[in-house]
Design a protein around this ligand. Structure first.
Ligand code: URA
Length: 221
């Protein structure tokens, strides 16, 4: 059954599907795993940034003057990776948007309660002109939705409009998407797939296991 959630966009590109098949495989080694995620990340960001505002500027080519378009100077793009797995996305985000501000969000999941535990965030107490901030929250796995909700809240409470916030994930669970979209219906969620469900430990099925452990090669056998 295909589930529809408001403002959730699934990037069903053949190259996403192909690379997902690589990272789902439990025998894929960390280096290959990371490279396959990086390839998917470009496609996710293509979607997540397709509505960025532009402004006209005059430039002179070697032949003549012309009007070209650049990203709006009024908007500040903020990349907010949720540590630690979100770092794999922020490497690529930095590469394609080197002018962006990076504001790390440090939280881990308490394995008993499945709730996020905060240990760090590099977010100012308040934002000047929050309406001009474009936020890209990055976390490969949107599972229960708890960390996504907390991270979105961090910016929404500082008056960043929901429509300016995007959550980028590799794989999402329907349970988490339902919770996030009910609370924040105008936040855009960009993901490469919506999987079947969560297991009793809050892992996505079929998923890919613990994304952070597989990225950083800390899977304990
Ligand atoms: N976090 C992960 O890394 N994997 C899951 O399946 C769920 C949360």
């Amino acid at each position: 059954m295909v589930m529809e959630f408001k403002n959730v966009e699934v990037v069903k590109h053949p190259l996403c599907c192909h690379n997902l098949s690589i990272i789902r495989n439990k025998n894929t080694k960390a280096e290959v795993f990371r490279n396959a995620i990086r390839r998917i990340t470009y496609l996710l960001f293509y979607k997540a940034t397709e509505d960025l505002e532009l402004e006209n500027i005059e430039v002179e080519t070697p032949l003549e003057k012309c009007i070209a378009q650049k990203l709006s100077s009024k908007k500040e793009i903020i990349i907010a990776p949720i540590l630690r797995a979100g770092l794999i996305f922020s490497d690529i985000a930095n590469e394609i948007m080197p002018f962006a501000t990076v504001r790390h969000i440090g939280m881990y999941r308490d394995e008993d309660t499945l709730t996020p535990v905060w240990y760090y965030n590099k977010i100012p107490v308040e934002f000047e002109h929050p309406e001009n901030k474009i936020i890209l929250i990055l976390d490969p796995m949107l599972a229960t939705g708890n960390s996504a909700i907390d991270a979105i809240k961090l910016f929404a409470n500082k008056k960043v409009p929901q429509k300016n916030i995007r959550f980028v994930s590799l794989i999402s669970a329907p349970e988490g998407l339902k919770r996030v979209t009910e609370l924040y219906p105008d936040v855009r969620i960009i993901t490469a797939n919506i999987d079947n469900c969560l297991n009793g430990s809050g892992y996505i099925r079929p998923g890919l296991g613990d994304a952070g452990d597989r990225i950083f090669n800390t899977v304990e056998n």
